[in-house]
Design a protein around this ligand. Structure first.
Ligand code: OGA
Ligand code: MN
Length: 310
């Protein structure tokens, strides 16, 4: 049996694609042209054959895992067997398709906005590993998009970049803020400023690669100490810049068992919607590794508290 994985379309075109050849039912593996030096922002792994158990086992090799206990405490019944698995598909607790008016479906809408995982908690996420358990028919939506925040940082206009460095903004992240942006009617009565906000520098150095990056997400409610209008203008300008198509890759899920691994500290991602949402099952389960870099806690006090919204 052999598995062939292509690193990227451009790598394939230039003949330098990576190949993984599994020997004797997994006893050995030949890996060709897999460059770990580049510090990729995300990696697509096709046909992993992972189960819930091996997905969690693999993820633990990268560090300590986050879990869904804050969401459970906030009143959501967890459908999956393990608390280390975030349930990000469209399937209800009883196995039926999520009713679009249900709290869970309203909450899921936030995933369609560009974000990084857990930036709203005192300790942010490092890697996320998302595994497809059930997929809607091709062409009905449900892809995942990634935005390259190191490239976006590199290409900032010189003046704007200088201003951002000079003022060294602290961004305030809130889970409720992004959820309310995506589902304003449902969250009408909730006010993000009444809840904890996580504080992280907006411009950062991505430790593993040493490159500058923008730690941006629709979880950002505001820039600290900046008048609301100015704060919004700066954030709008950054989003418009960073989500241009030249920085965005749209990844199509092709098979049950496909996995995408991404680094939340130098990318943003979002779920693309589509007609599948109310028609076809999409069962996606994610593990999330706590960041262990020097910027993991941002300017937050170290605490195990996490935001949990049902
Ligand atoms: C996530 C997420 C996107 C998707 O799991 O963190 O944002 O396409 N998922 O399901
Ligand atoms: Mn996410």
């Amino acid at each position: 049996m052999s598995i062939t994985a292509t690193a990227s379309p451009s790598a394939a075109a230039s003949g330098t694609g990576s190949q993984l050849e599994v020997i004797k039912n997994g006893f050995g593996a030949n890996i060709t042209n897999m460059s770990f030096a580049d510090g990729h922002g995300f990696a697509v792994v096709r046909h992993t054959n992972l189960t819930d158990e091996t997905h969690i086992e693999l993820s633990k090799r990268f560090g300590e895992l986050d879990d869904v206990t804050p969401y459970n405490k906030a009143g959501r019944a967890h459908r999956l067997k393990y608390n280390e698995l975030f349930d990000v598909g469209n399937i209800a607790h009883d196995g039926s398709l999520l009713d679009p008016t249900s709290p869970h479906a309203q909450s899921n809408k936030g995933n369609a906005l560009f974000h990084t995982d857990s930036s709203f908690n005192p300790r942010r996420a490092g890697l996320s590993l998302l595994l497809a358990h059930e997929l809607p028919p091709a062409g009905t939506g449900g892809n995942t998009e990634f935005a390259d925040m190191r490239a976006a940082y590199r290409d900032l206009d010189d003046d704007f970049k200088a201003l951002l460095h000079e003022r060294d903004f602290v961004a305030r992240h809130s889970l409720l803020h992004s959820k309310k942006l995506a589902a304003p009617d449902f969250y009408q009565g909730s006010e993000p400023t009444e809840y904890f906000m996580s504080r992280h520098k907006l411009l950062q150095t991505h430790e593993r690669s040493g490159r500058g990056t923008i730690y941006l997400a629709k979880h950002i409610h505001s820039l600290e100490g900046v008048p609301a209008e100015e704060s919004q203008a700066i954030l709008d300008r950054l989003f418009a810049h960073a989500t241009q198509s030249k920085y965005v890759v749209n990844v199509e899920w092709q098979n049950v068992g496909d996995m995408i691994v991404w680094d939340n500290t130098c990318t943003m991602h979002r779920a693309t919607g589509g007609e599948f949402v109310t028609k076809y099952r999409r069962d996606m389960r994610r593990t999330t590794v706590h960041d262990d870099s020097g910027l993991a806690w941002g300017l937050n006090e170290k605490s195990d508290e996490r935001m949990g919204l049902p």
